[in-house]
Ligand binder design. Structure first.
Ligand SMILES: Cc1cc2nc3c(=O)[nH]c(=O)nc-3n(C[C@H](O)[C@H](O)[C@H](O)COP(=O)(O)O)c2cc1C
Length: 184
């Protein structure tokens, strides 16, 4: 194990877990909880799939249907929090991000990478969250125009490691991600 007092190593560990989440469907980092604030100021949280993680650009990426409540929330307040708990590593990762909603020609390359069988995740009729008369009264056509990439530009990362002595650090874009230790 690396030096527990090494902030940079702690940061690198977190990014390695995020990269693993993108690559490996069995990693708990694959399924962050993605939280937004609704137009009514009520917090909302849901599971998403982590589709991209770029340490250099401090970006993570999520795909969604533009007709979901999370997109409505992000149009109102373009900030999100992502939460990941990695039980085997005893590590909690919390990310705060400013989110840009990309659609149309901006997402051509991402759409091309979505397997045909997965494209039905974008286009449910009636739109997600609509009351329906019975349990299966909906269709799932693939609708390219409903596909969105949520480009999450990180503003902060908070890490808690339940080591023998717990460790907590916060890293912020504002100071170039140098990081500092916090009381856990
Ligand atoms: C394991 C799992 C993975 C999911 N992945 C996504 C995803 O990548 N993008 C997404 O929009 N919804 C995903 N969902 C569905 C959301 O959790 C949520 O039910 C849906 O997006 C509607 O959320 P909203 O109305 O709060 O926006 C996933 C659900 C589960 C259980």
């Amino acid at each position: 194990m690396s030096d527990p007092n090494d902030l940079k190593a702690f940061w690198n560990d977190a990014w390695a877990h995020l990269a693993q989440g993108v690559a490996d469907g069995t990693s708990p980092a694959r399924y962050p909880t993605f939280a937004t604030v609704g137009p009514d100021s009520v917090p909302q949280a849901r599971t998403v799939v982590l589709r991209g993680a770029d340490r250099t650009a401090a970006l993570v990426e999520v795909h969604t249907d533009i007709e979901t409540d999370k997109v409505t929330a992000l149009r109102h307040t373009p900030m999100a929090a992502l939460h990941i708990w990695l039980p085997a590593a005893d590590l909690q990762i919390r990310l705060t991000a400013r989110v840009e909603i990309l659609t149309g020609a901006q997402v051509d390359a991402a759409w091309a990478q979505v397997p045909v069988t997965a494209r039905v995740s974008y286009g449910t009729q009636p739109v997600p969250g609509t009351p329906i008369a019975e349990v299966h009264a909906y269709e799932k056509p693939a609708d390219r125009s409903r596909f969105a990439v949520l480009k999450c530009q990180l503003t902060q990362m908070d890490l808690v490691h339940l080591d023998v002595r717990h460790r907590r650090a916060v890293f912020a874009a504002q100071d170039g991600w140098q990081g500092r230790w916090l009381a856990p």
